[in-house]
Design a binder for this molecule. Structure first.
Ligand SMILES: Nc1ncnc2c1ncn2[C@@H]1O[C@H](COP(=O)(O)OP(=O)(O)O)[C@@H](O)[C@H]1O
Ligand SMILES: [Mg+2]
Length: 231
């Protein structure tokens, strides 16, 4: 007897942008203009476009670092424009982000930076420490674990930022040029790590100029140009 398929309830999108606009000042041109985008849960998207197209600005909005000035952003079913501060903070804890400029805390060590997203959840457990050690190994930073972030090279900072972005197994992973400062071998390793997280259910949006990565990764590509998303 064959099993009767049970229709599953439609899952809400991970995020939806409707007519989103953002500019860095009233006299500035729109850095993002009329952006409409739906990212389904569990998807993997690449984002590309020339320098200045608005990729980092878009990520500032997706991670709630900044709020849209026009249109609406719905993240994990919550309209962020009307959500309370507490609700926005709760959403942020489910997001992992690798910033283009890393945004590490310079006076903290590599290990302490990586631990930050876990510490937002409460005191570190043995399982947490194990996860941190595994990631330190994966990105080859164990020998530097106790060095302050301010003493790291660009590539070392990027690897620390990647470990910090994934250590808490975020629901949504945003990565802005995450392979921009590492060699080809490490770039492949990072892409492999992201692919594994994606297989386990993480939704990923990855901005890149890396043509090798764009060609090797089978994933839909979003194109930004002058603040507009090309369809
Ligand atoms: N802090 C800022 N103040 C003023 N303008 C900015 C700022 N950050 C970015 N911009 C402008 O917004 C536009 C989009 O920039 P950005 O999002 O950084 O593009 P990308 O990441 O695609 O290179 C550019 O014209 C850039 O000059
Ligand atoms: Mg950028």
């Amino acid at each position: 007897m064959s099993a009767v398929p049970v229709p599953s309830a439609p899952r809400p999108p991970m995020l939806t942008l409707a007519e989103v606009g953002f500019r860095y000042g009233h006299k500035q041109p729109w850095a993002l203009h009329h952006v409409n985008l739906t990212i389904p849960q569990g998807s993997f998207h690449l984002l590309t476009g020339p320098s200045g197209a608005g990729k980092t600005t878009l990520f500032n909005l997706l991670t709630l670092a900044q709020m849209p000035q026009a249109g609406s952003l719905t993240l994990m079913g919550t309209d962020v424009g009307t959500a309370s501060r507490a609700a926005r903070a709760a959403l942020r804890r489910n997001i992992g982000v690798v910033w283009q400029d890393f945004r590490l805390l310079p006076h903290l060590t590599v290990r302490e930076n990586i631990a930050l997203p876990l510490q937002l959840q409460g005191p570190l457990t043995a399982t947490h420490r194990e996860a941190i050690d595994q990631l330190l190994d994966w990105v080859g930073l164990h020998p530097l674990a106790n060095r302050p972030a301010s003493s790291l090279s660009g590539g070392e900072q990027q690897r620390t930022a990647i470990a910090r972005a994934v250590v808490h197994r975020p629901t949504l992973l945003i990565a802005d040029e995450p392979t921009g400062n590492v060699d080809d071998g490490m770039a492949r390793k990072i892409l492999h790590l992201f692919t594994e997280l994606h297989k386990q259910g993480t939704t990923i949006v990855l901005a890149t100029h890396d043509t090798a990565l764009l060609q090797s990764k089978q994933a839909p590509v979003l194109h930004l140009k002058e603040g507009r998303l090309l369809s």
